[in-house]
Design a binder for this molecule. Structure first.
Ligand code: NDP
Ligand code: 2IT
Length: 446
């Protein structure tokens, strides 16, 4: 529920950003947490922090023309929304997916701002992308698209200004083409301008694994508060992209068994536990579909168009996309005895789903806390780039694990302090907001 004053502010956001439903959803969820904070700190209302925080500092929309392998011309729309730089340069990924529009980029940028604040690192919030679909495109086509995209984006980014990274549809391959083009246009080998780079050209160890590993660490921390662990637990991980693959790897390393994963075509149920080597070969090397996994793996079952959340499990990690876990899915998970959910994706659970988990006492780690390991490790990559250093895998993973434990503890204690023990949604929103709001007040009206 929104209290009366906050409700008016929210209505204003809806009117000023008509039709941007995912953005409204993300803003509403944060504002619902802030009643007690605004009562405690009247200076935030005086400085109009809520109104300022909901208005991106800058929104860039641009045309991205490119030609396919047959010479046909295509026009896509590119975005970079620079949300807030009170804590550091804008930081956040680029998403290439046909569903991308301004409202989606704004919801992601808004979430990113609080997530980045929770990491404790000096990074502001931003997000970008394009309504380009890399699926089925050749490497050459993806390269030409990335080069055209960068031809506009290069003037807005920089290691002290705005530092993009990957997200859905943008991985090391795309970042390579983007970085190559940036280097060529600017005549600078400015490693710190992008993160998620390949290991041979300025990338950092563990960045690839970081979001998935971090989500598993966060889940483990939540379970620990109830004196439980992943040992012996069955787990569902939706998606089968970057975040999902490394969430699966870490759940297995921590003693759990992942018995299902998915892509946008279907679901695979593998009661013996997902064979990660096979899955990585199909997804990372062949860029294949989850169907191919089911075909190759004895004992597994393929469910076209099914909902993964109908499969009974102890814990769940939604790692695909926004609003993929509905109230109906939450009801099925609860009925089947699921005790904990950690969001590897951004806003994968609908508000009704989140409420159902809360009512049932299911441990629930919201994306802005549970998936913050990716961007936190991006900040570690920036740190290594700035000092021209390279850290070992073990050292970097140790840092990631500490950061995730800290984020967990901040959310846990903040929720208690503001009268909502066990509510990680409130804890994450309030702790993230406080850090941004204090910095904004300190920096004056800018
Ligand atoms: P990838 O592109 O590597 O993988 C995305 C996966 O999700 C694929 O399996 C994809 O299936 C599935 N998916 C995507 N869109 C849809 C859709 N509309 N409906 C159903 N399934 C879909 O992306 P990432 O793994 O990097 O990102 C996954 C999520 O994690 C996103 O929400 C992202 O914002 C979030 N995230 C990513 C971080 C990172 O470091 N990469 C950091 C923090 C959060 P298909 O192949 O069929 O499209
Ligand atoms: O949603 C996210 O946090 C990301 N896609 C990663 C952002 C980053 O800058 O590493």
């Amino acid at each position: 529920m929104l209290d009366e004053k906050v409700d008016l502010l929210f209505e204003e956001v809806v009117q000023r950003n008509a039709g941007e439903v995912e953005f409204h959803q993300a803003v509403r969820e944060v504002l619902e947490s802030l009643g007690p904070v605004l009562a405690k700190y009247p200076e935030f209302a005086r400085a109009k922090i809520i109104q300022r925080i909901c208005e991106p500092e800058s929104q860039i929309i641009f045309r991205v023309p490119w030609t396919d392998d047959r010479g046909e011309v295509h026009i896509n729309r590119g975005f970079r929304v620079e949300f807030n730089s009170a804590l550091g340069p804008y930081k956040g990924g680029l998403r290439f997916h046909p569903s991308v529009n301004l409202g989606i980029v704004k919801f992601l940028g808004f979430e990113q701002l609080f997530k980045n604040a929770l990491t404790g690192m000096p990074i502001g919030g931003g997000k970008g992308g394009a309504d380009f679909d890399p699926k089925g495109r050749s490497d050459d086509e993806v390269m030409r698209f990335c080069q055209s995209f960068m031809l506009e984006m290069y003037r807005h980014i920089g290691e002290y200004t705005d530092v993009p990274a990957g997200d859905i549809g943008v991985g090391t391959r795309e970042l390579g083409y983007l970085f190559g083009q940036y280097k060529r246009i600017t005549n600078r080998y400015e490693s710190g301008v992008l993160t998620g780079k390949g290991i041979d050209w300025g990338g950092a160890l563990v960045r690839r694994e970081a979001t998935g590993y971090g989500a598993a660490f966060f889940l483990e921390q939540m379970l620990k508060t109830r004196k439980q662990s992943l040992e012996g637990m069955t787990c569902l991980v939706s998606g089968s992209g970057n975040v999902a693959l490394y969430a699966i790897e870490k759940v297995h390393a921590l003693g759990g068994t992942v018995i299902g994963c998915s892509d946008s075509d279907g679901v695979v149920h593998d009661p013996d536990g997902i064979d990660l080597d096979l899955l990585r070969e199909i997804k990372e090397v062949r860029r294949g579909r989850i169907l191919h996994y089911a075909e190759a793996r004895k004992g597994s079952q393929y469910l076209p168009h099914g909902s993964i959340w109908q499969i009974p499990c102890d814990v769940a990690l939604p790692c695909a996309t926004q609003n993929e876990l509905t109230a109906k899915d939450a009801a099925a998970l609860i009925k089947n005895g699921c005790i904990a959910v950690a969001e590897g994706a951004n806003m994968p659970t609908t508000p009704e789903g989140v409420r159902a988990f809360a009512a049932a006492g299911v441990l629930f780690g919201p994306g802005k806390a549970a998936n913050a390991g990716g961007v936190a490790t991006s900040a570690l990559e920036m740190q290594q780039n700035a000092s021209r250093d390279r850290w070992s895998f073990e050292h970097t993973e140790e840092r990631l694990s500490e950061i995730m434990t800290n984020i967990h503890d901040i959310c846990f204690h903040t929720a208690e302090e503001f009268g909502a023990p066990g509510d990680y949604v409130k804890g994450a929103n309030i702790a993230g907001f406080l850090r941004v709001a204090r910095a904004m007040v300190a920096l004056g009206l800018v």
